[in-house]
Design a protein around this ligand. Sequence first.
Ligand SMILES: [Zn+2]
Ligand SMILES: [Zn+2]
Length: 262
Amino acid sequence: MSTGGICTVPECGEIVAEAFVCSTCTHRLSVALGDVADLAEELQTDLTRQGRRGGRDGGRDAEAPLPFDVGASIVADALLSTLTSWALIVAGDLLGTPPATGAAGLASWLGARVERIRHRPDGGVCVDEVCAAIEAARDQVHGPARGPNSLLLGVCPECGQALYGRERVRQARCRRDGCDGVVDAAEWRYDALQQLAEEVLPAVDAARAASVFLGVDISAARVRQWRRRGRLAPVDPDASRPLYRVAEVCRLLDVDTRQTAS
Ligand SMILES: [Zn+2]
Ligand SMILES: [Zn+2]
């Protein structure tokens, strides 16, 4: 086993003795896992749209509830899949049944095993992936305080692991041990956007869905500004609450982001 070296969490660099993950990163993992029960509940609330009106969106207009929240659905699925994969790995039973059910149950199971995790050679990958998935859930629930890890690049075609990155890349290799899956991030995003193309949402939700996909924060105000400037048309211009095609919002956001970057 390890007799000391550098913490294996990407970009940490802390010296660590007799483990693969330093105490700071281990603590970060514990704290993040401890948040999952609340976050999972909040994501569920987002999904079912209960308590949204007059809630944290403040003056959100009264409108017919949407069938589901696109962003919350993606983030919740990715969180559950990340926690499930790592619970199976840590349990040493890749093909078995997960040792607990639900995001909260899995997080609590993993939380009781952080010492075991930090002594695994892949402990740094575990901390990185699990914290990124929880961070994305936190962003979804608490609004845009988007961290550097939370861009969802896609889902591994081989093992179903959600892959996060700090920046957009064309391809991302699955970091799961023994998996050689490669996510074509551009293709994944394209497919996801195709699925979203039919989604028609109010400005607040269209902005949120676009943020999740492109990893760039965008406010509902910007969506409305695009409308005023004639760049974006609501589906029914006469509706009291305008609805926008998510794909169209993503396209405009993408164009603007590229222009800013160049
Ligand atoms: Zn560390
Ligand atoms: Zn994989």
